[in-house]
Design a binder for this molecule. Structure first.
Ligand SMILES: [Zn+2]
Length: 144
């Protein structure tokens, strides 16, 4: 191992390093830099472009802070919260896609007892539904 690498390994020992949140912020940061460079080409909104650069530097500082942090427990909790949030966004996106995909044949309703989202055949009027997840009944209304 070279001397520099040895020093780096010793420096990083006990520090948090990169995770999913780091990768996400790194990608977002890359997009922001490209946007900032494109904005620089415009002859207007100078102060806004500078403010955007300051914002990008703040994001970079946060990324470096997280990577070098020794408070590993807290950083792990942040990452777990991020993953949970990302799953929620993905689930919401998938539901919207399915609502559009099945707009002619089905309607989506949430079970009031367990929160499961059910895909129901599109039949107008009031119906009683048995949830396949929790086996409880509830009423749904399909208007259109
Ligand atoms: Zn249910």
């Amino acid at each position: 191992m070279s001397k520099f690498r040895e020093k780096l390994v010793r420096f990083m020992y006990g520090r948090y390093g990169a995770d999913e949140l780091y990768n996400f912020i790194a990608k977002l940061n890359f997009v922001f830099i490209i946007v900032a460079l494109l904005l620089t080409l415009l002859p207007v909104w100078r102060w806004l472009v500078y403010a955007f650069y300051v914002f990008i530097i703040a994001i970079d500082a946060w990324m470096i802070f997280r990577m070098l942090s020794k408070n590993i427990d807290k950083r792990r909790r942040e990452n777990a919260a991020f993953i949970k949030f990302r799953q929620k966004v993905k689930a919401g996106f998938n539901l919207t896609v399915n609502r559009i995909k099945f707009i002619r044949t089905h309607r989506f309703r949430t079970c009031p007892h367990c929160g499961a989202v059910l895909r129901l055949p599109r039949k107008k009027g009031r119906h009683s539904v048995c949830c396949p997840c929790c086996r409880k009944r509830f009423d749904v209304r399909v208007r259109f």
